[in-house]
Design a protein around this ligand. Structure first.
Ligand code: UDP
Length: 142
């Protein structure tokens, strides 16, 4: 298995709940390393651009409103099979279907306010990492 990088966002509802540390700790426990981090409050324009792939879908406006409603913590996670591993730790998009012990099962408030984002492929990850870290991310240190 290759060492990969993936983009994670701790969404506004999870930041508001004060569980950033608990979520980061789950990544580290799963042997994912935090190799970049940035806290920001996205504008509607930024959130729309980040989720451009969902433009036109019925949930788009609500999603943009939510993602720009408060600060988020964006991180780049590195590790073996990081994309799939992160998706597993996150749990299903709809928290009603998220396996017990996953981040979404524990911290989501609804389908929209589902606590975390994670890239869905390594190709998407590269685009998403460049979106939030245009200056680049430090090279591997291991
Ligand atoms: N979402 C929503 N309603 C839906 C589907 C998705 O509000 O019916 C939101 C939810 O916050 C989700 C995000 O849109 O995390 C992106 O959807 P995607 O299908 O890409 O799910 P993810 O990759 O985040 O699991």
């Amino acid at each position: 298995m290759a060492i990969e990088r993936t983009l994670s966002i701790i969404k506004p509802n999870a930041v508001a709940k004060n569980v950033i540390g608990q979520i980061l700790s789950r990544f580290e426990t799963a042997d994912l390393r935090i190799v970049a981090a940035r806290m920001l409050h996205m504008s509607r324009e930024q959130a729309s651009a980040f989720y451009a792939v969902h433009q036109g879908k019925p949930f788009f406006d609500e999603l943009v409103e939510f993602m720009s409603s408060g600060p988020v913590l964006v991180t780049v996670l590195e590790g073996e099979d990081a994309v799939a591993k992160n998706r597993e730790i996150m749990g299903a998009t709809n928290p009603a279907n998220a396996a017990p012990g996953t981040i979404r099962a524990d911290f989501a408030d609804s389908l929209t306010e589902n606590a975390v984002h994670g890239s869905d492929s390594s190709e998407t990850a590269a685009v998403e990492i460049a979106f939030f870290f245009p200056e680049g991310v430090c090279p591997r240190t291991r």
